[in-house]
Design a protein around this ligand. Structure first.
Ligand code: PGA
Ligand code: ZN
Length: 425
């Protein structure tokens, strides 16, 4: 049974306060959960409880810690840590709001993850194995950022993530090898053009470009410079994060100084899909633009993965509705967007039932916690997105998957192309 729940303030990868929860079981086992934090958030996702005021920019989390100490801890004491669904239902009921705004999504997610870790530790199992049971698992295809833009780089580009995927790699280890070469080559391309200015929040090169398309050209140049054929060993994946610059069917491209309507935005993106080897696009239209999404997915969804992040906010009901409406063909799964492990798992399963691609994802504000690497494997999500190929809050997660792949040995099955909601031969 759960003996106690403790929370403390720790610091995330942006040097901002966040919540760490520790659950101690009656057998002495301790499980730890750490809350990440987004910067480009969907309007319907779970809300962090922040103190406001001036200290640490108003971002302190003493209120969220008090939620754990005064309410969550007493409510969970004595409960069965193996009943994750029951624990998470109790957290949802105790909060009582649709967005966990009262207790704080940062409090609930830290505790929910801590319970999960304690249960796994108490069985002496790695988290991924605790989740998967005896089932065979799939090692995820990584989606890795090369240039970071949008809200993660002072809006230096409108587009948020310029990433690569290596779906033809034979293993996760090989996919990282491909990415390492492309990341290095991209740095050299930037240096050669006099554009090297350090890295953005998730470790991707800071995008000192004068147009969004220049970033795409540089990415293609990096793939070639690394010795690969664009679209073969390495393909392009984008997170447009269009809710950051679009609303009411209008899209304001700050970098290029122009505004597009829905049709103009579709033309803009379709032009890229025709000219660049793009395999996946996330949030190509704003979260309020289901019509733009549906038209786009109807046009390219047979060969491009269209991911809902801000649009679906890791919500199983929204995933099911999206499957009905054909607005997207893949779902990003962020545990803190839902606020509990069980809700995130339900969103992932709703995606799987719909034949969607399912991508477990980190946030732009991260910690050293590697739990999501285990979730991606344990849930056989098929894909994993944790940012770039630099900064150890990112590398810790990639490296953890390497360990799991090695532990599985000959039983490791790398998702590769099969992770996508369509098959490319
Ligand atoms: P966030 O962005 O963590 O800053 O919200 C990540 C994403 O949009 O995928
Ligand atoms: Zn996103």
């Amino acid at each position: 049974a759960i003996r106690s729940v403790h929370a403390r303030r720790i610091w995330d990868s942006r040097g901002r306060p966040t919540v760490e929860a520790e659950v101690t079981l009656s057998d002495g086992t301790v499980g730890r959960g750490l809350a990440p934090a987004g910067a480009s958030r969907g309007s319907r996702e779970a809300v962090d409880r922040r103190d406001g005021g001036t200290r640490f920019g108003g971002l302190d989390v003493q209120g969220a810690i008090a939620s754990v100490r005064d309410e969550i801890g007493p409510a969970l004491a004595g409960r069965d840590p193996f009943d994750q669904a029951g624990i998470d239902a109790a957290l949802i009921a105790l909060d009582g709001t649709p967005t966990k705004a009262r207790l704080g999504g940062n409090a609930t997610v830290a505790v929910s993850l801590a319970v999960l870790q304690a249960a796994a530790a108490s069985r002496g199992l790695p988290l991924w194995r605790h989740l998967a049971g005896e089932d065979a698992v799939t090692i995820p295809l990584p989606e890795i950022q090369i240039f970071g833009g949008g809200a993660h780089a002072g809006r230096r580009t409108d587009i948020q993530d310029f990433m690569v995927m290596a779906p033809r790699a034979r293993s996760f280890a090989e996919a990282l090898e491909v990415t390492a070469e492309v990341y290095r080559a991209a740095g050299a391309v930037m240096a050669g053009r006099g554009l090297l200015q350090g890295v953005a929040d998730e470790g991707g090169w800071w995008p000192a470009f004068t147009s969004n398309e220049e970033a795409l050209d540089a990415l293609v140049a990096a793939i070639e410079r690394a010795g690969f054929t664009p679209g073969e060993e390495a393909a392009i994946s984008l997170d447009i994060a269009a809710s950051e610059f679009g609303r009411g069917g209008r899209y304001r491209l700050g970098l290029e100084g122009r505004e597009l309507d829905r049709d103009g935005m579709a033309e803009y993106l379709m032009g890229w899909c025709a000219r660049y080897p793009i395999l996946s696009i996330e949030d190509p239209f704003a979260e309020d633009d289901a019509e733009g999404l549906a038209r786009f997915t109807a046009a390219v969804g047979d060969h491009i993965q269209v991911i809902g992040d801000d649009f679906l906010v890791t919500n199983a009901a929204l995933v099911a509705a999206a499957a009905q409406a054909g607005t997207v063909n893949a779902v990003l799964v962020k545990v803190n967007q839902a606020g509990t492990v069980s809700e995130a798992r339900a969103a992932c399963e709703a995606g799987r039932r719909a034949g969607f691609g399912t991508i477990v994802s980190a946030r732009s504000g991260e910690t050293e916690d590697v739990a999501i690497a285990h979730l991606a494997v344990g849930w056989s999500a098929g894909q994993l997105k944790v940012g770039s190929f630099a900064r150890s809050e990112r590398m810790a997660k990639w490296n953890e998957v390497l360990r799991i792949e090695e532990a599985l040995g000959a039983r490791a099955r790398f998702a590769g192309l099969t992770a996508l909601p369509f098959r490319r031969s």
